[in-house]
Each structure stands twice: as C-alpha cells, then as structure tokens.
Design a protein around this ligand. Sequence first.
Ligand SMILES: Nc1nc2c(c(=O)[nH]1)N[C@H]1C(S)=C(S)[C@@H](COP(=O)(O)OP(=O)(O)OC[C@H]3O[C@@H](n4cnc5c(=O)[nH]c(N)nc54)[C@H](O)[C@@H]3O)O[C@H]1N2
Ligand SMILES: Nc1nc2c(c(=O)[nH]1)N[C@H]1C(S)=C(S)[C@@H](COP(=O)(O)OP(=O)(O)OC[C@H]3O[C@@H](n4cnc5c(=O)[nH]c(N)nc54)[C@H](O)[C@@H]3O)O[C@H]1N2
Ligand code: SF4
Ligand SMILES: [Mo]
Length: 705
Amino acid sequence: MGAWYTRRVPERDELRWGRSTVETACPLDCPDTCSLAVSVEKGRLTRIDGSHRQAATGGYICSKVRRFGDRVYGSDRIQRPGLRVGARGEGRFRDVSWDEALDAVAHRMREVRARDGGEAILPVSYGGSNGLVTQDTADAELFRRVGAARLARTVCAAPTTAAAAALYGRMPGVTYADYEHAQLIIIWGANPSTTGIHLVPHVRAAVKAGAALVVVDPRRTPLARQADIHLAVRPGTDVGVALAMHRFLFEEGLADDAFLSAHASGADRLRERAAEWTIERAAAVADVDADLLQRVAELYAEASPAVIRCGWGLERNRNGGSAALAVLALPAVAGKFGVRGGGYSMSNSAAVDLSAKPWIGAREPATRVVNMNRLGRALTGEDGPPVRFLFVYNCNPAATMPDQNRVLRGLAREDLFTVVFDQVMTDTARWADVVLPATTFLEHYDVAHSYGLGALQLVQPVIEAIGDARPNAEVFAELARRLGIDVSSTLRSDPEALLHVAGALPDGVRDTLLAHGLAEPPGAEAPVQFVDVFPRTADRRVHLFPEALDREAPEGLYRFQPDPATHAYPLALVSPASDKTVTSTLGELRARPATLHMHPADAARRNLATGDTARVFNAGGEVHCPVTVNAGVRPGVVSLPKGLWRKSTLNGSTANALVPDALTDLGGGACFNDARVEVTRIVTAGLEGQSIALWTGGDAPVRSH
Ligand SMILES: Nc1nc2c(c(=O)[nH]1)N[C@H]1C(S)=C(S)[C@@H](COP(=O)(O)OP(=O)(O)OC[C@H]3O[C@@H](n4cnc5c(=O)[nH]c(N)nc54)[C@H](O)[C@@H]3O)O[C@H]1N2
Ligand SMILES: Nc1nc2c(c(=O)[nH]1)N[C@H]1C(S)=C(S)[C@@H](COP(=O)(O)OP(=O)(O)OC[C@H]3O[C@@H](n4cnc5c(=O)[nH]c(N)nc54)[C@H](O)[C@@H]3O)O[C@H]1N2
Ligand code: SF4
Ligand SMILES: [Mo]
C-alpha cells in the first residue's frame, strides 16, 4: 500500500526549491471535486488550474479556486496561534507558541469538564472541506472520549438526505455526462452554472441535440434563460407543484403501474396525498402560469429519457423535506428509470458507503445532541444548559448559521470560552479566546470525497505550511495528548491519518486511490438506475410513502404548510450560492458590498432604484445594503448571496440575521429560504446619493430584541 504516498514524499524538497506542477484535488464543499494541477516555483504557488486526472472535470475549474492563492497568502490569514487581548469580539490577539495555546485550551477544557461535565463542551464543524481526513478523524476521537455534546450536522442537505434515504436508500444518481442522453432535463432548485459547473456543458449539449429544458427556480438562473419553460415558483411551494405532477400522472393513467408494482411500495398513499393538488391549485399557490405547469406535467409524462437534477434550494424551507420527497418520487411514478439519461441526480456522497467511518477508534457517547441550526439557542442557554466551551473548526457559524443575531449574542457571552481553528480571521474567529492557525488543502493531505460525481481523490501538500499553520489531525491529536486522552497513534499527523483512513476503504477503492490518486467506487461510474444500481433500502424497493417519516413530519408527509409571509413582512428572501465564494470561504476577498436583488415591480412600489441603500428587515434583524433592481428574481422575492462576511454589508448583518432558526419538516434542516422581510429605502440626511460607510468591525452591532 502507499505507492502514491511514498512516491510523493521525496518531492517536497524539489517543491521547495525547484519548479514543478503537482497533481492534487479540490476538497471544498462543492459537488465537483475537480482534479487540480498546481504549479509551484521556489516553494510559492504560481498557478492553480484544472488537471485531466478526473475526466469528468475535464481540465477546467472555477474562478474561485484559481485565485485561492489570494487566500493562502492573504492579509486575513491566521499565521500564529493567538490568545485574546482586549474585549471579546474585538478580534485582537497576542501571538503565542503552539505549546502555550494548546496548554490554555487543554486547561480550560479540563476545567469546564470537571465543573459542568463533558456536555458543556460543544465542537462545531461543518463545510470547510469534504475531505475524509480533515473532519471526523482525530477530532472525533477526542470529542467522543471527552464526552462532549454531539453536533447534528443539519445545516445543509438534511431534508434532501432524509428524503433520498427513505425513498431509495441513497441510490447513486445519473452522472453528469449522461445528461447528454436525455430528451428532457428538469433542473429543480439547483443552479449548476454557479454550484456545480461541470454539469452545464452536458445540459447544453443535450439541448443542442434537441432535449427540452425546464427550470424550477424563483430566480432566472443562467440555465433558466436557456430553458424552454422556466417555472418561477414562489419559494417553499415545490411540494404542491410536484404533487400536481403526480396527480396528473395518476389521474391521466400515465403512471407506470408495471414499474410501481415491481419496484415500489406506498404509491396509493402518495396518490391520496396528491389528490388535492390540481394543476390550478398548485399554480395558484406557486404563483405560476397553470398552462405552463400543465405543459411541464405533459412533457414529463411523454419524454424519455427524462432526468431531474434536484438541488438544495428547494429543501431550505418548512416544506423542504416533503418537497424533496415529491420531486424525487417523480421518476418512479412516471417510470423514467432503466434507460441511460433517465432518473434523477441528487447527492452521490453515498456512492461509496463511508457513513460508518470505521477509522474513528472511539464509540459515540450517548450525550446531548445540538442541532447546529439552533446554535444560537445552545449558546445562549435557551435550549438546555448553555454551552461553556465551544470549539469551532471547518466552520464559520457567525456568518453561516440561521438567526445570526442570536449566534452573536451567544458568542458575546462572557462565560463562554471559545476556540476557533481556521485558516483566516473569520467573523467567528474574531470572537475567540484562542485562535489556532489551520493549513489549507494546498498545505496538507486529505481525501476529497465528491458528492456530485462520487469519486475519491488524493489531496496533497503543494507548498509548505504558511506561518505556524498545522493540519487538523495533528492539532487534535496533540490536544488529546495534553488531556491524557489516547487517540489512535495512527492519527497523529495528516499523512498518518491519510493512510489510516485509506486503509479502511474497500480494497479495490483503497488500492486504486493510493496508486493513481483517484478512485471511482463501483456504482459511481455512470450507472443506469434500476439497471446497474438499485435502491439500497432493506427490500430494494422504492418507498414512496415512508411511514416513519410520516410520523416525523409535523403535518405528515407531502403536506403543505402555508407561506409564512405577513402583511408586515411580505417578501420572501432567498440566499443562493455565489460564484465568488464557497459558502463563506473566500468571502474575505470580496471588495465591494453585496447587493440585494429585487424585481422592478417590488422596487418601484418602494421607491427604490439600483444603487439606493436599503434596509431589509424583520423581527429577527436587519441588513443595510445597496439594491440592484433585477427582473431575474420573481416578484415577491428578494435575494442576497449566501456566505457573506459581515464586512460585506453596510451594518455588519447578513442574510442570516433575517433567517429564522425554524426547522424543516424532515431532517431538522435549516430554513434559509424561508425568511420573510420588508425592504425600505434608507435616506440619510445629507448623504442621499452617496455611499454610506462600510461596516468595519470593532463594536459589533449586536441587536437585541
Ligand atoms: N460557487 C459556489 N458553489 C457552491 C457553493 C457556493 O457557496 N458557491 N456551495 C456548495 C454547497 S455547500 C451546496 S449545498 C451546493 C448548493 O447547490 P444549489 O442547490 O445549486 O445552490 P443554491 O444556490 O443554494 O440553490 C439553488 C437554487 O435554488 C433556488 N431556490 C431557492 N428557494 C427555492 C425554492 O423554494 N424552490 C426552488 N425550486 N428553488 C429555490 C435559488 O434561487 C437557487 O438558484 O452548492 C455547492 N457549490
Ligand atoms: N443564508 C444562508 N446561509 C447558509 C446557506 C444558505 O443557503 N443561505 N447555506 C448553508 C450551507 S449549504 C452550508 S454547507 C453551510 C456551510 O457553512 P460553514 O460550514 O460555515 O462553511 P464555510 O462558510 O465554507 O466555512 C468553512 C470554514 O472552514 C475553514 N476550513 C477549511 N478547511 C479547514 C481545515 O482543514 N481546518 C480547519 N481548522 N478549518 C478549515 C475555512 O477557512 C472556513 O472558514 O452554510 C450554510 N449557510
Ligand atoms: S470549488 Fe468546485 S468547481 Fe471550483 S475547483 Fe473546487 S471542485 Fe472545482
Ligand atoms: Mo451546503
């Protein structure tokens, strides 16, 4: 084992002094997991480009990662461990050695554990990387052995995962290249032109060859502009739209009864729940043209191969779980499986089943579970005893979790001890008592795990660590040692952790991965659903009406909870992914304030024009930012990018200040696209027409209400 690994190590000297191009992969939280060719000269990055190792990413990458060097060498980079000086939240730290920093962390952890118990300690980690080494290795062993509270990692994909697991046991989906075989493509609540760019050329090729394209999205995304039909639904109404399509299929005798009786259960119960959703009712609720919706239902019934790309935009509201279920159930009811280019794609992260994480050498304790979407409440003590010791890594919750003002109030608590381990001085790191510098994927080993394409790829250091930055495994193992906790010796450094994790992969996958740097797990290579792959449910059938979920959902499955808009807050705020960041990663490089996009009719009613400054508000908070009037968002909807740093608005609040910490119907997910707001123009005496000052940090404006 380890041909790749041993071949690589001697090259590090060459990397430091010579000029070379190194093969690695992008482990950021993006479905594509591009293979990369990174050029280094005298130890410094000179170019980050795509490589051809992974055919599916075809040698090109996004502009974000091309400029990742600006993060690596940027002024926001944390270079040394630091202890807080000055007031909490000011973001001022004194450089210390790793020994001093880790001693301080270990001391407080011991103290809190002795006084308040392990459950007063909360580790918070999420989307920093999709790597198998940088999360759930030494960190998991440490926090499990400490008996810390457990984090439910629900901020993303919880409802869609619950739906895909219940229906199909997370069967692998249609691969990007197979979209070229489709006669009909439905892009539902996804914006691949930003969030998974390697799908787009295949969609275009299919359209060029005559396929019909339908996009379901409140915004006119780049693919919506090219679509035959764009259903600009109101956010949160997809469940009704998809159920109307089911009703149409059943009522018109277009459901595939042969497929349903051979491969599915629960079709009758689904049919019952769909019965109330006539095309007219769904069109009225979603505020789309009934004839267009009818046409989509007919097209879907007629066309084959027909494929649905289900995204994550539709899950982030109170109906999100049922919406994902109803959308993902369509190919079963309409009989779209069994042909290349037919079926659905969702997440492919289960293509190789790593959920057991056999490399973690400690059993999960039965401690308190904190749903990360309610982090603010956990920190303020509104959901049980308050957390006393917070350890944040691979995550930037001050910017990315719902109910931002509550999260900030929690971080401001004087009796909370906060450690933030990150690459850059994030909005969360500013609140830390101790900051620890982390390496980037260009400075450490990892295994990138694609949730779009299903492949595994090796990630390796291309440059030496910047400053005193260290990889996760090493830091957690070192902290554990100080606490007298015995983490597996195999997790003491990231190359050891890499070999340990790889060692737990299925034989074929491990050997290919280590020898070639890339492994396509069986089942992930362009499978035809119901030919090459089948549901991974216990009975290998599609469960169209999973009874357990029906009990979990507050109103039952496939039910519609009405729009939360009120007279005071009539506009729906969505916060889609931006092409400048991966959630908040790289957000430090945004030079200008982000703008609120608003439909001309809504803007006119509020006397707003492009460039005006707006106050976007509801009972949870307010955001001050410039406006862009844009007919590409549907009336009644406004849009601010997800992942903004606080400096990217005029008052230091982002979309999440307006996002309630309500949970989705299934999976305990986040309701990011369920905020309802009002917008008014800010008129500053004497300043009208001029730009008002940007928020610069310092006194963090923590609004209480
Ligand atoms: N460039 C870039 N790429 C990324 C990311 C990033 O931040 N930047 N993030 C990564 C991550 S973490 C994820 S989870 C994925 C997300 O990938 P996507 O799901 O593609 O991204 P989103 O922008 O969250 O949502 C997609 C679309 O859903 C629409 N939408 C919002 N509400 C609704 C609704 O109720 N119904 C319907 N039908 N549509 C709705 C939005 O307008 C948006 O265009 O992308 C990944 N890729
Ligand atoms: N308003 C709104 N908010 C959203 C969403 C939305 O749609 N709307 N979408 C949500 C979604 S889809 C997601 S996935 C979450 C993601 O939210 P987060 O999990 O907070 O992800 P990021 O913002 O990318 O922050 C990851 C942090 O990890 C750090 N990091 C990266 N690699 C390493 C490492 O190896 N070691 C350490 N120690 N740190 C590392 C990065 O520098 C970065 O600061 O945000 C959610 N937030
Ligand atoms: S963020 Fe996505 S598109 Fe960009 S390089 Fe990484 S995997 Fe590729
Ligand atoms: Mo996500």
